[in-house]
Ligand binder design. Structure first.
Ligand code: DC
Length: 220
């Protein structure tokens, strides 16, 4: 019987990672970490400082001064930059959505987040959670390759576009996936040993039940 579980959930844009991870965190009292929101928060901050995706040297120089922290709200972790949580409205906006894959492709940006993301397991333990459910693109391949459970969600592009439209959000899903899958450092990929789930014809509840059954078995 495991005392604390680390569950990695990777997948492309609008593959259902966030809704699934949030529901699992509620069901099992895990801390939910959406690492996409971390890349988005850093992107919002860099843009706010007037830095663009082509100013790689200035971006690298800004990284050590970001002073990253974590605020736990309910079962969700939020990134703090210099003591401020970047508001959801800002990180989900069109400007950040269009730029985030470009900033996320810079190896130094990823390196700046590596230890921080691994440290979220300690945040979860300190707050008394039973585990951590972390979603992203490289969680099962790079951040926690030895996670207790690793899942990879995919869904047909038409279905993913439909889900984004239902959320009322503009998102170039195919373009972001292309950038995220083709970058040199930690690309979006199905890591060996991860459990792949095609959610195209599944409801959210069915996906959560499938993953939840495996988690429940591990928890004993
Ligand atoms: O999950 P999301 O769509 O909100 O993520 C936004 C972007 O952040 C995504 O296009 C690529 C980047 N990202 C990443 O490179 N690695 C992660 N682990 C999570 C997100």
């Amino acid at each position: 019987m495991a005392s604390f579980l680390i569950v990695a959930i990777d997948g492309g844009a609008a593959s259902g990672k966030s809704s699934t991870s949030r529901a699992l965190s509620e069901r099992f009292n895990f801390l939910h970490v959406d690492t996409g929101s971390y890349y988005r928060a850093i992107t919002a901050e860099l843009l706010r400082r007037g830095l663009g995706i082509e100013q790689v040297d200035a971006v690298k120089a800004a990284l050590p001064g970001l002073d990253l922290g974590t605020q736990v709200e309910g079962r969700s972790a939020r990134m703090q930059i210099a003591g401020r949580v970047v508001p959801e409205a800002e990180i989900r906006g069109a400007e950040v959505t269009a730029a985030v894959s470009h900033f996320a492709a810079i190896p130094e940006v990823r390196a700046a987040l590596l230890a921080y993301q691994r440290g979220q397991a300690d945040v979860a333990r300190r707050h008394g959670f039973r585990g951590l459910v972390m979603e992203g693109r490289d969680i099962g391949s790079v951040i926690f390759p030895n996670a207790d459970l690793r899942f990879f969600l995919h869904a047909d592009p038409v279905e993913r576009a439909r889900r984004r439209a239902l959320e009322g959000r503009a998102d170039a899903i195919a373009e972001r996936d292309r950038l995220d899958s083709s970058r040199k450092t930690a690309p979006l990929t199905l890591p060996p040993g991860a459990i792949a789930i095609d959610s195209t014809h599944l409801t959210l509840e069915q996906v959560v039940d499938t993953i939840g059954a495996t988690i429940a078995e591990k928890l004993g």
